[in-house]
Design a protein around this ligand. Structure first.
Ligand code: PMP
Length: 392
């Protein structure tokens, strides 16, 4: 077993070696530009792109023509939100989103506010879920888009996607979901779920970094997006630029593998995650966040009472790679906006951590992580008790 043990698969996944193998020829002898129509190098690249498009579409129940390649989910989120806004703002300029979205959605919405758009940020309950009546009450005749993420990157909480889409349809509003953490991990079907636009990213599903996609529904309703990158008219005029053929081939293979392994992986990861939680709960003073609601199978967000979160990171960091529910912004630690929206105190956020498992996580690694955390938590608590003792 190699240490540190990697339990941060929500940040990024290691590439599956089968994905790398599929990509390699497209860096070397199959280097053609997929837009070159006049020779075999271009045809070969274009064919590989179209096969990838089919594999990607199959994973999410889409038509290959509904897949628009981007550099990742951040760009896909920008394209979906700014693309809809710019195409509609003269008639409708209101967007509804949620306080717990990823920064790639929130910062895009802040940008739109500066352009004169109107944004509603829905609150969430203590599990991180929106209330559907809040959503319906927020709708006005100006509302053009509802943007609610599929599953949260910090807690794994899954929003009620089919119910949201029913509301969107009732009012003739487009529904966009950032499904970066959900695609490849749980079954996602854009038609069954009634999704109009959906972003996702290869590096969260054992593919390479720097490639992702936006699903754009083709019919009922036909969606027009204003391109955010102009030049050349690639990707049905929605995203210009020479296609990243090796990346696309990698995303395609990663999606093919996810489809094959989804059921068995979901089961394996749920078991590992539940085992991890059960063992840590024995420590007492441990709370599993969003446990009461549907959540992703492979991750957990845990709050520990009576510990020093900073020290925990320092002590455990060389043995386990995991994540703090706080983001480092320059010199200061900013408490997670997700847990804050769920009503957590700053101190509690400080002592909350995300552990996310993946395809290559073993039981041995999980056992090791449990031992490390168990030891640290017990040490912190006994130091604190000892301290109290001295004061008395
Ligand atoms: N949305 C969510 C929910 C994410 O977790 C991430 C990655 N942290 C992104 C968007 C951004 O994805 P990318 O790295 O592909 O730009």
């Amino acid at each position: 077993m190699n240490t540190p043990v990697y339990l941060d698969n929500n940040a990024t996944t290691p590439m599956d070696p089968r994905v790398l193998e599929e990509m390699l020829p497209y860096f070397l002898n199959k280097f053609g530009n997929a837009a070159s129509r006049t020779h075999a190098f271009g045809w070969e690249a274009e064919e590989a792109v179209e096969i990838a498009r089919e594999n990607i579409a199959d994973l999410i129940g889409a038509n290959p023509k509904e897949i628009v390649f981007t550099s990742g989910a951040t760009e896909a989120n920008n394209l979906a939100i700014k693309g809809v806004f710019e195409n509609n703002f003269l008639e409708r300029n209101h967007i509804i989103t949620v306080e717990t979205e990823h920064k790639a959605v929130l910062d895009t919405c802040r940008h739109i506010e500066k352009l004169g758009g109107n944004i509603t940020y829905l609150p969430v309950d203590s599990n991180g879920l929106i209330n559907l009546s809040d959503l319906e009450n927020a709708i006005t005749d100006q509302t053009v888009l509802i943007a609610v993420m599929y599953a949260n990157n910090e807690t794994g909480a899954i929003q009620p996607i089919p119910e949201i889409s029913v509301i969107a349809k009732k009012y003739g509003i487009l529904f966009f979901t950032d499904a970066t953490q959900a695609v490849g991990k749980i079954p996602v079907d854009v038609h069954a779920d009634g999704i109009d636009l959906m972003s996702f990213s290869a590096h969260k599903l054992y593919g390479p970094k720097g490639i992702g996609a936006l699903f754009v529904r083709k019919n009922n309703p036909a969606i027009n997006l204003t391109a955010q990158i102009d030049g050349g008219g690639h990707e049905r005029n929605m995203r210009s630029g020479t296609l990243n053929v090796p990346g696309i081939v990698g995303l395609g293979k990663a999606c093919e593998l996810c489809l094959e392994e989804l059921n068995s992986e979901e089961k394996k990861l749920t078991e590992l995650r539940n085992y991890f939680e059960t063992e840590l709960l024995k420590l007492n003073g441990v709370i599993i966040n969003s446990k009461a609601i549907p959540r992703l199978p492979h991750c957990t967000n845990i709050s520990f009472s009576d510990i020093d979160g900073d020290k925990m990171i320092l002590e455990a960091g060389s043995q386990i790679a995991f994540s703090r529910s706080s983001a480092c912004t320059s010199a200061t630690m900013e408490p997670s906006h997700v847990l804050k929206a769920m009503g957590f105190s700053d101190e509690n956020i400080h002592n909350s951590f995300r552990f996310s498992f993946g395809r290559f996580t073993t039981r041995e690694e999980v056992d090791y992580a449990i031992q490390v955390i168990d030891k640290i938590v017990k040490e912190h608590r006994s130091e604190r008790n000892y301290g109290h003792h001295q004061i008395v």
